[in-house]
Design a protein around this ligand. Structure first.
Ligand SMILES: Cc1ncc(COP(=O)(O)O)c(C=O)c1O
Length: 456
């Protein structure tokens, strides 16, 4: 089995694509380059995709992609929900539990020291991956949802009071809506929602118009899971910071599709989740800009987040440990570190270029099917093909294509306000990752042909 060499950080080459702007050489639907499968040739496996991306080599690293479902080779297009894991991540988890397992930060024995070192090394990998200035700024959490809730409590409770406002957008995942609703009801604060247009793009002027002296936080997604829209995060941060407002970005989707540099973006908080980053479930992280720590109180109380405890009072450990109460998911953090090594070795610019080529190919493929309407056509978008099909409920689409071995997601994608905005109860969503190929999209198109046959 092919294994990728260890990453060399900062190796990204020239010619990186601008996200959402597929450059020359991208395959056009029905015009795939040499070696790529031709539409209508089911079972074709693209080893080398049109721009030379070696998807075959990548796929060999993901054992699950070799399995069959419903008696057919698995076509996995539900990556926005969770990505599959490369062997390197599975091996890292197994190695941790078979060779190191011990609790961290507490023991003087060898295994505890090794576990602590490996856990802190994983934190350093996350720091490098998102371009944070120091590992102190990386807090491990269970997932992006916990990261956002951490900000809502640790920053929100002390900083946001009666009549204050939190600005979110109309494309948010429930995980970036509900924590603010809970905060609003605890603190008597108010949520303001910046609208999106018919393409699914954020209306930046409208967001700006919402900012006022009562605004204490802007919390928006870097990339929408329901639409694929990539938000103009640099502009959002500039608008907010010009008024002294802190910014949280939900990077759950963006972090595995494009390089992220939190210092360049300038945001105050960046939340992400390991299982979408090809890492294990149950581990996530939150970037906190050093200056924001001064405004934050502890989130959960218990072991590791304390400096001293008496019955009268306790004092707190230094960040990031101040925000990591209880035994952390040490194996998960190490597995996430292995996943970030893997992504870095492939190269996020390469991944982004490949996925944009596929998105372009998939967009043309779906647009060519009678009765299919894409939901989310932002000019800057990544990896999401959300669609409805005239006369067919999305759940029926999902069930029928599953019988053809094609895994997509149907429903509201934890973004019910987005469904309301577009006047649909649900969509079918195919979402792409680095190991997908034009053959996967062809398989989806074939399966949708079957849906058409059944529904007339
Ligand atoms: C944009 C966005 N935000 C937040 C989340 C929540 O991630 P998790 O369930 O891992 O906390 C998701 C997951 O689908 C997402 O796509």
């Amino acid at each position: 089995m092919t294994r990728l060499r260890a990453p060399r950080f900062g190796e990204a080459g020239p010619g990186a694509p601008r996200f959402g702007e597929p450059g020359p050489g991208a395959p056009r639907f029905g015009e795939a380059g040499p070696g790529a499968p031709r539409f209508g040739e089911p079972g074709a496996v693209a080893v080398r995709e049109p721009r030379g991306f070696d998807a075959g080599r990548i796929r060999a690293d993901f054992p699950i992609l070799g399995r069959q479902v419903r008696g057919r080779p698995l076509v996995y297009l539900d990556n926005a929900a969770t990505t599959q894991k490369p062997q390197a991540v599975i091996d890292a988890l197994a190695a941790y539990y078979s060779e190191i397992n011990a609790n961290v930060h507490r023991g003087v024995h060898e295994l505890s020291e090794r576990a602590t070192d490996a856990y802190e090394a994983a934190r350093e990998k996350v720091r490098r991956f998102v371009g944070a200035g120091s590992a102190r700024e990386i807090v491990f959490t269970r997932n992006a949802t916990e990261s956002i809730n951490l900000v809502a409590h640790a920053f929100g409770d002390p900083a946001i009071g009666e009549g204050d406002e939190v600005v979110i957008s109309a494309m948010e995942h429930h995980s970036n809506i509900v924590p603010w609703q809970l905060l609003a009801s605890r603190r008597g604060a108010r949520i303001r929602v910046a609208p999106i247009d018919d393409r699914g793009e954020l209306v930046l002027d409208a967001l700006e118009a919402l900012l006022n002296p009562r605004t204490k936080l802007v919390a928006v997604s870097h990339m929408s899971n329901a639409l694929g829209t990539i938000n103009p995060v640099h502009d959002i941060v500039k608008l907010a910071h010009a008024r002294g407002i802190r910014v949280l970005l939900d990077g759950s989707q963006a972090a595995y599709h494009m390089p992220v540099d939190v210092q360049d973006i300038g945001c105050d908080f960046y939340a992400a989740t390991g299982h979408k980053l090809y890492g294990p479930m149950g581990i996530g992280f939150l970037y906190v800009k050093e200056s924001a720590y001064a405004e934050m109180e502890p989130f959960l109380g218990g072991g590791d987040m304390i400096s001293s405890v008496t019955f009268e009072q306790s004092t707190w450990n230094e960040p990031p440990h101040k925000f990591e109460a209880g035994t952390p998911d040490v194996g998960g953090a190490i597995g996430l570190g292995a996943a970030l090594d893997y992504i870095t070795a492939v190269g996020l610019e390469e991944i982004a270029r490949h996925e944009h080529d596929l998105l372009d190919y998939g967009t043309r493929a779906l647009e060519s099917i009678d009765g299919v309407r894409l939901i989310g056509t932002a000019r800057r978008k990544a990896s999401i093909l959300s669609f409805v099909m005239e006369g067919v409920h999305p759940h029926d689409i999902g069930t029928i294509v599953d019988r053809q071995g094609v895994a997509i997601r149907t429903g509201h994608h934890c973004a019910q306000p987005v469904m309301q905005r577009f006047g649909v109860p649900a969509t079918a969503r195919a979402s792409l990752a680095m190991y997908n190929t034009t053959a996967d999209i062809d398989a989806l198109v074939d399966a949708l042909g079957r849906v058409r046959e059944l529904f007339g």
